[in-house]
Design a binder for this molecule. Structure first.
Ligand code: 13P
Length: 258
């Protein structure tokens, strides 16, 4: 019997307030009967939709996350949003190091590490995203990249901090319109590398409790197979989860197969 399954989506820069509310209300209605003991459902909307999202979706059904965060509690950082501000609107998860933040917006491992440490201090659950580019994969560097991103991103995190740490493996070449999903075998191997690295960093207890999620072109046709891999504890879905009916169908299929 598998542990709790982690299923969630990041709506990127697509849904505004009205769309987020309609989506969340429908998703809550369609999944209300599913026991949350077996399912950790989380949604990561745009910043502006967070407060409305919290009002329309009870925490007992859906945990809410932010797509990014500044690395101080407050200060002269124009345009940044601090963990304290996120907590104020009912957010308990922060997604850090998504591929688009690293590769489109120029975030470095060092910036991500500062955010990780700040989120840890503020008691937020960290969803750290890691993943190799197509070029790195072609050169046989995938595992090295994953180990580096993990070790650099988590530098200074206390073993107790792993209680509130999730890691998403999202190969850059698998994400978005032009992405090709990783095969379950390939994803399973990379997840095994991540698990070994976490155990190296935090010992068997701390390293084993961190949920590992796969993301990158997950859809109804591959979700079950991916979720059956030993070290895949959940799925982090983009496009295929942005329609509530579609997402609810994936959730039911993955839970039924578990
Ligand atoms: P897609 O599922 O649309 O490829 O996006 C994945 C992703 O970026 C989740 O964070």
């Amino acid at each position: 019997m598998k542990k709790k399954v982690y299923l969630g989506t990041n709506t990127k820069m697509y849904k505004g307030i009205a769309d987020t509310v309609v989506y969340l209300e429908e998703l809550c209605r369609l999944t209300a009967d599913i026991s949350r003991e077996a399912l950790e459902l989380f949604i990561i909307p745009s910043f502006t939709a967070l407060e409305s999202a919290r009002r329309c979706a009870p925490e007992a059904l859906v945990r809410l996350g932010a797509q990014n965060m500044g690395w101080e509690e407050q200060g002269p950082y124009t345009g940044e949003i601090s963990p304290r501000m996120l907590r104020e609107v009912g957010v308990s998860i922060v997604e850090l190091g998504h591929s688009e933040r690293r590769h489109v917006l120029g975030e470095t491992d060092d910036m991500i590490n500062r955010k990780v440490l700040c989120a840890e201090q503020q008691g937020l659950t960290i969803l750290l995203c890691v993943g190799e580019t197509a070029e790195e994969k072609a050169r046989g560097l995938a595992d090295e990249v994953l180990r580096t991103q993990l070790k650099a991103g988590l530098f200074g995190v206390d073993p107790r901090g792993t209680e509130r740490l999730w890691v998403a493996y999202e190969p850059v070449w698998a994400i978005g319109e032009n992405g090709v999903p990783a095969s379950s075998a390939y994803a399973g191997e990379r997840h095994a590398t991540l698990r070994r690295t976490l155990i190296e960093l935090y010992g068997p207890e701390g390293g084993s409790r961190v949920p590992l999620l796969y993301g990158g072109s997950v859809h109804q046709g591959n979700a079950v197979e991916l979720s059956r891999e030993a070290e895949i504890d959940g799925l982090f879905i983009g496009r295929s989860a942005w329609d509530a009916r579609n997402f609810a169908a994936i959730i039911r299929e993955v839970l039924a197969a578990g």
